[in-house]
Every structure is written in structure tokens, then in C-alpha cells.
Design a protein around this ligand. Structure first.
Ligand code: SF4
Ligand code: SF4
Ligand code: FES
Length: 421
């Protein structure tokens, strides 16, 4: 029988089985510790993601690689540790190319779930957009290396009957990437190939034709969005500034206008809100230039052309508060999927190879905006004050957030109120 010992977590004494895995022990005590690579079935633990860092007796350690010992003094939640863990997850997002609305694992992805739980609505780190092409060589399995977090679960678990690994890791630094041995992949049973997709904590391994096993609403990290009454929004705006209207500008850069459509989606309440807000430059007013100082600027879309950069800088100069709205403004989104392919190749593919009906010339005119080498998130071009995630963000959440920014009322974007997909 396990012998219990006494440990202290954040100053509180607990009893836990001696030598038990520390992550398991902490969870058994009803406390929360984030993990990404940890998979109880794999022993010893992989210890590759560092998301489970905590302090034991004043020293930083990896929770999943530690065991319970008598007298341990554990710091689980301090501002520094929480921020460190959040930074590790943000780095993971910035290192790959994660556009959740287009991902087969969305809703069932551990990385996305961590993002929701930690309230991550952008990454503080520059996006790398390393050139990693999809690998379609497997008979059943497709590898999307831009979503791989290099946890190595698949390397350890997916092996042939004579114990040869189907997956391996190669390269160094930015160029480290997952490899699949397509000859071995063709020899493993279907159930094991399917298991590869299931144990991957992200959408990096896909089984052809079997990726969408669960529908939205039934997925692991589906959380019903909290509905915010727009009456509160109207009241907030009215009470905070009864004598004059708020001035708001909006624009769509490399986006699809979906966020603007969502902005309109508060039905007849829009009529009340519009009495309290003057829209300056906006696709909704068709005003082409900001006419003066604005309280708030809402940006949809990232920067794919020099014109996008010009408009974004103008918004930054003229708006007291600048908000990136939606995935494309925050991460680059769907347009940033071109970042993995050189620009001239993209243009050749679009106009020459796939020209309709005949190959076309690549447009070139001094009046056309110049394409940038890649699509940039707004925060890579100018400082952004706030981020509203979603594709598109829901209208009630967007208006709750806009009203809170304008009036200074506090609001929360944790878990229940925002979605990446
Ligand atoms: S759902 Fe897909 S795109 Fe989103 S974080 Fe997970 S792996 Fe990345
Ligand atoms: S493919 Fe998935 S399981 Fe394999 S190393 Fe990458 S993230 Fe981990
Ligand atoms: S969960 Fe511990 S290192 Fe990844």
C-alpha cells in the first residue's frame, strides 16, 4: 500500500502517496496544473513542453518529471509561475502556424484548450512562420508540421510489431520537425494509425477521411459562450457619457469582412447603439479616411500589402485605443497560410498555373498595393492595446468588450466567453 507523506502546496499542507508522479498527485488533490506533452501512459514522462513548471523547495522543476517526497514545499501558483507557463504556450503558438478555424482538431486540441484556460488571446512573441510543408507521403496519415509541438508522444507510442518507431524527430532549432517513415506507416494496423491522430495533443497528425470525428458542441473543449445582454451594453455606454457620442473607426485589412458582419449581428439593438456611437472611417459608412481623433479603432485582418500597413499606422495614430478583432488581425489567420510559401510562388500559382480560363499575367501596376513578403499580425506592425479572438468573434462578446473598453468597466475574456474557432 502507498505510504502517504506530507507536502505543502502554496503554503497548505496535504497528504499524498510517496513517490507518486507529482502532476498526478496534484490533480488527485483537486488542484489544477497545466500539461501539454504529459500522457500518463508514457513512463518515464516525456518532459518536452515545460508547461508544467512549478517550484519545489525554491527551485524550478518540471512537475510531470517529479515525484512526491516527504516535506516538499511546492509553489504551484505565483504570478511568475503562471506567467512562465502562459509564455510557454504563447511561444508554442508563435512557433507554429495555428489557425484553429481551419483545423480538423479544433475543439479537441489540448493546445487550444490550454489557450482557452489561460486566457491567451494573442502571443507576446513574434511569429516565426517557418517554412514547413505538409507531408502527404503516408498511406493513411498526413502530417501538418506547422501544428506539431514536438511533444514526442507519437514517437514513443506508434511502433511496428517489431518495435520500430513510425515517427522520429529530425533537425535542430527552428528546423526541428517531425518525420514519418511512410514505409513503416503502411505496415501498422488501422487502429494504431488512428491512435496516432488521437494521442497527438494537436492537429499535427491527421488520418485521411477520419479527422472530424466529433461535431461542434460535443468536442472536448467546447464551452458554451456566455450570452451578454446588449441592454447592459447600451446602459453602460449611456451612463458613462450622457452628453456626447463615442467616436469609433473600423477597417478591414487582409480579412474577409466576417468580423464586420458579426459586429452588425445584434439585431435591433444596433439601432440603440448607433445612437450612442458615431462611426468614422468604416466599411459600414464607406468613409475612406479617418476625419479626426477617435476614441476607438477596430482592426479586422492582418497586413498583407503596403497599403494595409499604411492604414494600420493611420489608425494607430488617430485612435486612442486600438483593438485587433478576430484571428486574422491577431495571428495573421487564413491569409497567413501563404506565409509558408515564397511570395513569387504564390503569385505564379494563383495567376499563371491556376489562371482561369487561361494562364494570366501576374498583375503589376504602380497603382496596385504592393504585396508584402508575408502576412503580418497587427501587433507585428504597431502596438495593439487589446485583442478580441474568434473567427469571427460573436457579436454580444464583441459589444461587451467594446463597451467595456470605452467606459472603463471591467470585463473578462477567460474561457467561457471567447473561442478561437
Ligand atoms: S486546434 Fe489546430 S490550429 Fe488550433 S491550436 Fe490546435 S493544432 Fe493548432
Ligand atoms: S505530431 Fe503530435 S504527437 Fe507527434 S510530436 Fe508532434 S504534437 Fe507530438
Ligand atoms: S507536461 Fe511536463 S514537460 Fe510537458
Amino acid at each position: 500500500m502507498d505510504r502517504n507523506v506530507t507536502i505543502h502546496i502554496d503554503g497548505v499542507a496535504y497528504h499524498a502517496p510517496d513517490q507518486k508522479n507529482l502532476v498526478e498527485a496534484i490533480r488527485d488533490l483537486g488542484l489544477e496544473i497545466p500539461t501539454l506533452c504529459y500522457y500518463p501512459h508514457i513512463q518515464p514522462p516525456l518532459g518536452t513542453c515545460r508547461v508544467c513548471m512549478l517550484e519545489v523547495n525554491g527551485r524550478p522543476v518540471c512537475g510531470c518529471e517529479s515525484r512526491v517526497m516527504e516535506g516538499m514545499q511546492i509553489q504551484l501558483h505565483t504570478p511568475e509561475l503562471d506567467d512562465h507557463r502562459k509564455a510557454m504556450v504563447e511561444l508554442t503558438f508563435a512557433e507554429g502556424n495555428h489557425f484553429c478555424p481551419a483545423c480538423e482538431k479544433s475543439g479537441d486540441c489540448d493546445l487550444q484548450g490550454l489557450g482557452y484556460r489561460m486566457g491567451i488571446n494573442h502571443s507576446r512573441f513574434p511569429h516565426l512562420f517557418v517554412d514547413r510543408l505538409l507531408d502527404f507521403r503516408g498511406r493513411r496519415l498526413v502530417i501538418e508540421p506547422n501544428r506539431c509541438v514536438l511533444c514526442q508522444r507519437c514517437v514513443h507510442e506508434i511502433r511496428t510489431s517489431d518495435d520500430r518507431p513510425v515517427f522520429s524527430i529530425s533537425g535542430r532549432g527552428d528546423h526541428t520537425r517531425l518525420q514519418i517513415d511512410e514505409a513503416l506507416e503502411s505496415t501498422i494496423p488501422d487502429a494504431l494509425a488512428l491512435r496516432a491522430m488521437q494521442i497527438c495533443p494537436t492537429g499535427a497528425i491527421l488520418y485521411r477521411g477520419k479527422s472530424l470525428s466529433r461535431t461542434p458542441g460535443d468536442r472536448q473543449y467546447d464551452v458554451p459562450a456566455e450570452v451578454v445582454s446588449s441592454v447592459d451594453i447600451v446602459r453602460l455606454l449611456k451612463e458613462a457619457r450622457p452628453d456626447r457620442k463615442w467616436r469609433v473607426a473600423t477597417t478591414s485589412l487582409a480579412g474577409c469582412f466576417g468580423c464586420h458582419m458579426s459586429l452588425l449581428d445584434i439585431d435591433t439593438d444596433l439601432l440603440e447603439v448607433i445612437e450612442l456611437i458615431d462611426l468614422d472611417r468604416s466599411p459600414l459608412t464607406d468613409i475612406k479616411h479617418i476625419s479626426g481623433r477617435c476614441d476607438l479603432g477596430l482592426i479586422e485582418g492582418g497586413c498583407g500589402t503596403d497599403e494595409n500597413v499604411h492604414v494600420l499606422r493611420e489608425f494607430r495614430e488617430q485612435c486612442d485605443v486600438l483593438v485587433a478583432v478576430g484571428e486574422c488581425a491577431i495571428w495573421g489567420g487564413l491569409p497567413a497560410m501563404r506565409n509558408m510559401v515564397p511570395l513569387d510562388e504564390c503569385l505564379r500559382e494563383a495567376y499563371v498555373r491556376a489562371g482561369d480560363p487561361e494562364p494570366q499575367q501576374i498583375p503589376s501596376d504602380e497603382d496596385l498595393p504592393a504585396m508584402l513578403d508575408r502576412v503580418y499580425a497587427c501587433s507585428e506592425v504597431v502596438p495593439v492595446d487589446y485583442y478580441i479572438p474568434g473567427c469571427p468573434p460573436g457579436a454580444p462578446m464583441m459589444w461587451q468588450f467594446i463597451a467595456s473598453i470605452l467606459t472603463g468597466a471591467s470585463t473578462s475574456l477567460i474561457g467561457k466567453v471567447f473561442k478561437y474557432d
